[in-house]
Design a protein around this ligand. Structure first.
Ligand SMILES: [Zn+2]
Length: 144
C-alpha cells in the first residue's frame, strides 16, 4: 500500500444519504406538527435547564417549530427567536444548493469562515444570557 497515495475524496452526498436525512427530517417535522412539545413527555428535555433552571440558547426550539408549523409566527418567535430568524437564510442556501445539484453540478462544499463561528457563538451566548434576565424586555426572550 502506498502511504503517499492521495485520499479519495467524495464527490458529495449520495442519493441514499440525502433520502435518508430528508425522510428523517420530514418524519421529525410531522411529529412536531402533530404533537405539541409543551404537553408531550416523549420529547427530550434540556439537560442545562434541568440542572440549572436557566434557559439555554436552544430552549424552546421544538416548541418554536411546532408554533411555526401551525402558522403562529409571533408565538414561534417568542419561544426561540434566533432559530426562527435563522430559517430564511438556511432555506435560501439549501434551495440554492438543491438548484445547483438539479442543474447537474456537484453539491457545494460548505464554506464556514472562522469569523462566522465566532459571531454565531457570540450571538448565542449573548442570547443565552439575555433571555435569563428577569426583567423587561428580556423576559420576552424566555420561552413561555
Ligand atoms: Zn435548553
Amino acid at each position: 500500500m502506498n502511504a503517499t497515495a492521495p485520499i479519495r475524496q467524495s464527490g458529495g452526498f449520495t442519493r441514499a444519504t440525502v433520502a435518508f436525512f430528508g425522510f428523517g427530517l420530514l418524519g421529525a417535522f410531522m411529529l412536531l406538527f402533530r404533537y405539541d412539545p409543551a404537553g408531550q413527555p416523549f420529547y427530550p428535555l434540556c439537560v442545562f435547564h434541568l440542572a440549572t433552571g436557566l434557559n439555554c440558547p436552544g430552549c424552546g426550539a421544538l416548541r418554536s417549530l411546532h408554533q411555526l408549523f401551525h402558522g403562529q409566527l409571533v408565538a414561534a418567535l417568542r419561544c426561540n427567536a434566533p432559530l426562527i430568524l435563522s430559517l430564511p437564510p438556511l432555506a435560501f442556501f439549501s434551495a440554492r444548493a438543491f438548484a445547483r445539484r438539479l442543474a447537474g453540478r456537484p453539491w457545494p462544499r460548505p464554506v464556514v469562515r472562522p469569523a462566522w463561528i465566532v459571531v454565531l457563538v457570540g450571538v448565542l451566548l449573548l442570547f443565552g444570557i439575555l433571555r435569563n434576565l428577569p426583567f423587561p424586555p428580556f423576559i420576552y426572550l424566555s420561552p413561555p
